[in-house]
Design a protein around this ligand. Structure first.
Ligand code: PLP
Length: 429
């Protein structure tokens, strides 16, 4: 495989864009080599400037659950674009998507659309503070909720990969009210509530941790969080930016039967365009301006293109059999990888839930950030380089999940299993 043109572009890009990219993980720093520059996506495939074709397991980091360039989404976006790309005024499309979200996720009675997951979590926390009148919040080590100042503490893949324990530019004062607990350890949460009585506004959690690689919640963990937050008059915020519409049409909250007070969404609900959303009980959401005093605004929020892409994506996802198909494809992939691992006698493991999957280069039991941090990242880097050369576009970090889409065929998956098997044996050498 030849990367000549990407190499030239990456050099050029680094003169004008910090690190040559607009989001850190894209630079392939933790795996070495250069990132291919992309020109086109179609279905399960993505194509770079050198004419290389890849089977894509990044899928824009989650949004493209239908695959690239889904005709129904593209046609709808083209039609609304002809009418204008943004009005800065209300449209009926926003009501349509809000109704679809509320129907899918009953804990969301009202929703506000924003432009990114970062905005969604940042505002959900502001709202929780405004509603409870308390300042402190709890997040989990390795939990990623976007890059708002107060959340840049122990932040998951991007920060884990780059080893940025603290981010320069974030005043200590801004993170003083951010308390950090251990994922899958409800006692660590209870302890923080005990040592900060009456001061904690909310617990924010990825119900299914996916930004340290995939680490599902242990039985009872989310239920404990619900109980502890209730007992302490704090809000429970589910950051479902990845899990929403991914692990099922109702997200993680439907899967585990837990009702959070607020939910953050993003990625899939934008169908590949920039979107985020936060929503919850009417009583809480009515605190948001202009209905209430908690301010949040956005020039392009709820714009017709992004909302349309979201509507069409949810239309497809609400059809029967869709999540079963995703499960079936991912079953096939998981089984194939496990078989390769055992025939190569490797002490590594596959973590998988719904259409999310991480190959962890460790045999440690995985429950939280510290346990995944034991993974052999040098071996992962070798594995990744080999996979890329063989036409499989896999997340360039040990601490990410692969995303399987509806466009991935059994042929794609079988090809992928062969290439993964080869790359594992190469990495183990
Ligand atoms: C991606 C992500 C975010 C941030 O969303 P952006 O649109 O990138 O700002 C927040 N929370 C989780 C769980 C995410 O995976």
């Amino acid at each position: 495989m030849n990367f000549t043109r990407s190499e030239a572009l990456f050099e050029e890009a680094q003169k004008y864009l910090p690190g040559g990219v607009d989001s850190p993980v894209r630079a392939f720093k933790s795996v070495g080599g250069i990132p291919p520059f992309m020109v086109k996506g179609a279905g399960s495939k993505i194509y770079d400037v050198d004419g290389n074709e890849y089977i894509d397991y990044i899928c824009s980091w989650g949004p493209l659950i239908l695959g690239h360039s889904h005709p129904q989404v593209l046609d709808a976006i083209k039609k609304v674009a002809e009418l204008g790309t943004s009005f800065g005024a209300p449209t009926e499309l926003e009501i349509t998507l809000a109704k679809m979200v509320a129907a899918a996720i009953p804990s969301i009675e009202m929703v506000r659309f924003v432009n990114s997951g970062t905005e969604a979590t940042m505002t959900a926390l502001r709202l929780a503070r405004g509603y409870t009148g308390k300042d402190k919040i709890i997040k989990f080590s390795g939990g990623y909720h976007g890059h708002a100042d107060g959340l840049l503490v122990k932040g998951g893949s991007g920060m884990a990969t780059l080893s940025l324990p603290n981010c320069p530019g974030v005043p200590t004062k801004y993170v003083e009210n951010t308390l950090v607990a251990t994922y899958n350890d409800a006692d660590s949460v209870e302890q923080l509530f005990k040592s900060n009585p009456g001061e904690i506004a909310a617990v924010i959690v990825e119900p299914i941790a996916a930004n340290i690689g995939l680490v599902p919640p242990l039985t009872g963990f989310l239920k404990d969080l619900r109980r502890i937050t209730k007992e302490n008059d704090a809000l429970l915020i589910f950051d479902e930016v990845i899990s929403g519409f991914r692990v099922g049409y109702g997200g993680a909250q439907a899967l585990y039967g837990i009702t959070p007070d607020l939910t953050c969404l993003g990625k899939i609900i934008g169908g590949g365009l920039p979107v985020g959303a936060y929503g919850g009980k009417r009583e809480i959401m009515s605190m948001i301006a202009p209905a209430g005093p908690v301010y949040q605004a956005g020039t392009l929020s709820g714009n017709p293109l992004a909302v349309t892409a979201g509507i069409e994506t949810l239309k497809v996802l609400s059809q029967p059999g869709v999540y079963e198909q995703l499960d079936k494809s991912t079953d096939l992939l998981e089984a194939g990888i496990k078989k390769a691992i055992s025939s190569l006698n490797l002490n590594i493991q596959v973590s998988r839930l719904a259409s999310l999957l991480t190959i962890f280069f460790t045999d440690n039991p995985l429950t939280d950030y510290d346990s995944v941090a034991t993974a052999d990242t040098a071996m992962f880097a070798k594995f990744h380089q080999q996979l890329l050369r063989s036409g499989i576009y896999w997340a360039p970090s040990q601490f990410e999940a692969a995303f399987i889409s509806l466009a991935h065929t059994d042929t794609d998956i079988n090809t992928t299993i062969d290439k993964i098997s080869d790359a594992l044996s190469f990495a183990a050498r």
